[in-house]
Each structure stands twice: as C-alpha cells, then as structure tokens.
Design a protein around this ligand. Structure first.
Ligand SMILES: NC(=O)c1ccc[n+]([C@@H]2O[C@H](COP(=O)([O-])OP(=O)(O)OC[C@H]3O[C@@H](n4cnc5c(N)ncnc54)[C@H](O)[C@@H]3O)[C@@H](O)[C@H]2O)c1
Length: 360
C-alpha cells in the first residue's frame, strides 16, 4: 500500500463542488488499487481574502510543499475584482504559487474524446479523425516575466515596452521535459517559435536542435507560431508533443483547448524540477453556475489522472480514471455544458458518482 498526501485548494465559485467530486474519485481509486490518499485543505483565493484579508495567506507555499501534489479547483470571482488591492485579488495568489513552487512547465493535453465530436467547432471529418496533443508551455520566463516600462516620449506621446528574454538554461529544462514526455507518448516533438524574427526564438531553436540530437528515437520538427495556429485547426492529428515559450503557449493552448469541444473537459499540470506539481482544470471558477450542481467535474477529475501519472507514476490508475470518464461520456450522460439533444442530463454530484462507479 502506498500513501500520498495531497494539498486541496478548493478555492472559489464551482471550485469546492468539482474538487469534492475529484476527492471521491481518488478515494475510489484508493479502494480499488490499494492506495491511501490523505488530504490537507489549503485556503487560497477569494475565500482566503474573506477569511484572513489576503488571497495568498502566509505559509501557503510551505503547506503545499509538505504534500506530494496539489489539486486546485479554481479561484476568483466578481467580488474580488481589479478594484481591490493586489494582495486581495485571487490572480495574485495564482502567480505567487507558481513562482514559489518553481512550476516552469505547463502541460495541457487537448484530445478529441470519443462522443464529443459534435461539440467540436472543427470540420466534422477532422474531428472524427481524432487528435491527441500535449501542449508544453514554458511558464515562468519570456515576456510575461520581463522588464516592463512605460514612459513619455518627446514627439510620439507615451510609449511602453515589455522585454522578452530567455536563457539557455530555461529553454533546455523545458525542452527536456518535452522530449521525455514524447518518449511516454508517440515519440514526436514539434517546437514552436518565431525564429524568422525573434532573437529569443533563434536561441530557442539552437537549444532544441541540440536536445533533439540527444533523443534520436524522437521525431523532431520546428514550426513557426503562425503556421502552428493554422495547423491546429486544419490538421490537429499531426501533433503529439508541442513545446513552446510562455506567450505563444498561452495563446496556442487556448486555441487547442477550444477545438476539443468543451472547456469543462480539459485538465492541466504545472510541474517544476521536483514535487509537488500542481494540477487544475483549465477553466475558471464559473461564478454564473456556482452552487447550482451544474458544473462539469470532468476536467478536475482528469487533472487527478495527470497527477497519478506525472507525480505518482501510477500509470494504470491514471488510465482507469481516463477510461471511466470516456465510458461515461460515451454512454450519453452529460452535464449541461456538453449536453446535446437526446443526451441524459446530470448534475455535478451525479456525474462524480457515475465516474466513480465506472472505475475498475
Ligand atoms: N486557474 C484559475 O483558478 C482560473 C482560471 C481562469 C479564470 N479564473 C477566474 O474565474 C472567474 C470566472 O472567469 P471566466 O468566467 O472568464 O471563465 P470560466 O472558465 O470560469 O467560465 C467561462 C464559461 O465557461 C463555463 N464553465 C467553466 N467551467 C465549467 C465547468 N466545469 N462546467 C460547466 N461550465 C463551465 C462558465 O459557466 C462560463 O459560462 C474569474 O474571476 C477568473 O479570473 C480562474
């Protein structure tokens, strides 16, 4: 029997509802496969602002670091908007935890799940051919973390700059993650850059080529970011692992998530050089449906599957969770966000129960 300690950041809006169902799924996996999962509740987000006056209470990172992995529901909502001081805003907590846990790799799988083809905005035949992309986004470098300036010029009014910088070290560590992941999948890496224009991209490409030589069993290609944006819509089936820098990854991973059909189905993982990794659905706190038993818990439950695979090395357990989600989807039980004509409509709690029942 193995023991795993998991930090739960239930957060705001639908967060507590979807994390509640994910916990039931972990407990079911524990029963079936003989593991012990224990949980530590961590207060973060708007609920923390309400309780202690700041969204990222002192000691949050230390509490998370005392665990083997972190599961986050979602944080944020209109009550803690941009008119509030930074330390009360939930987004401040999200950036702080990524930095404090050193989470430089963001993994977002975007796969066409069977039974979801009609919900995809792609051409029907493209959706039916299927795709399974692992987007690997660099999360702590590039233009989002570079120096920002705004100043007055003599003749052109105000001017602003954002500095985009990458070091070989930053590129190499994310590149390695991508190649190692490809070895667990279909052995292909597409590295996305803008090397025809940007100096950071030319350095990125040089480092990636060096790494590609170290992984001869992995097929490697470069792709310009504008072409990649088109290819995700035209022929997403060509991709396996796609690795790119922070801003390109932000935009491309949202594009890739949309072509799957529902935001309520997409998990993510943020990983550093060591544990704990942080696992969360890609959607937000959905204040419009909070507390109504309407939220789709699948993205959070699929985030648990990623936790099993990438933090605990429990591949069979991860597959069992993914298979359970697929079997429920195919049997036509859907929450409102993905329900179509003729589907059987269920709420958050019923969906959690169906997935638990399908785990073997
Ligand atoms: N990582 C995070 O915690 C995170 C990420 C994104 C947004 N947010 C925050 O969430 C709040 C709401 O943001 P938003 O409305 O732009 O995005 P959102 O993802 O919360 O909601 C967008 C739409 O998708 C629906 N939706 C989202 N998740 C769903 C689910 N599991 N099941 C069914 N429907 C679902 C919502 O009802 C809404 O109509 C904001 O405060 C934002 O800052 C947090």
């Amino acid at each position: 029997m193995s023991n795993y300690k998991i930090a739960l950041i239930r957060g705001d809006g639908i967060g507590p509802e979807i994390v509640g169902e994910a916990v039931k799924v972990m407990d079911k996996v524990g029963q079936v496969y003989g593991h012990q999962f224990s949980y530590v509740d961590v207060l973060m987000g708007g609920c923390a602002t309400d309780a202690v006056g700041k969204s990222y209470p002192d000691g949050t990172a230390e509490l998370c670091k005392s665990c083997d992995a972190v599961l986050l529901g979602a944080v944020g909502g209109p009550r803690w908007g941009s008119d509030k001081p930074a330390q009360q805003r939930p987004e401040t907590a999200l950036l702080a935890i990524r930095k404090d846990l050193g989470l430089f790799t963001n993994l977002r799988p975007a796969a066409m799940r069977k039974g979801m083809e009609d919900a995809s905005p792609l051409k029907r035949e493209t959706a039916q051919q299927g795709f399974d992309i692992m987007m690997v986004r660099e999360l702590t470098g590039g233009i989002y973390f570079g120096k920002r300036e705004r100043y007055q010029t003599e003749d052109r009014g105000q001017e602003a700059t954002d500095l985009m910088a990458y070091s070989e070290m930053e590129i190499e560590r994310i590149g390695r993650k991508a190649f190692e992941l490809a070895r667990l999948r279909r052995h292909k890496v597409t590295s996305v850059d803008k090397a025809n224009v940007l100096a950071t991209s030319r350095l990125w490409r040089e480092v990636m080529h060096r790494l590609a030589a170290e992984y001869p069993d992995v097929t490697y290609e470069d792709m310009l970011v504008d072409n990649c944006a088109m290819q995700i819509v035209r022929n997403p089936g060509q991709f396996d692992v796609v690795v790119t820098e922070n801003m390109f990854g932000d935009i491309l991973s949202d594009e890739a998530s949309q072509v799957t059909g529902s935001i309520g189905l997409l998990p993510s993982a943020s990983l550093g050089a060591s544990d704990p990794g942080l696992y969360e659905p890609i959607h937000g706190s959905a204040p419009d449906i909070a507390g109504q038993n309407k939220a789709n818990p699948m993205a959070t439950i699929l985030s648990v599957a990623m936790m099993f695979r990438y933090s605990f090395g429990l591949a069979a357990e991860a597959q069992a969770v993914e298979d359970a989600v697929d079997s429920v989807l195919q049997s036509g039980w859907h929450t409102a966000d993905i329900a179509g004509d003729g589907d059987k409509l269920v709420g958050t709690v019923e969906m959690g129960r169906l997935i638990c029942d399908a785990i073997r």
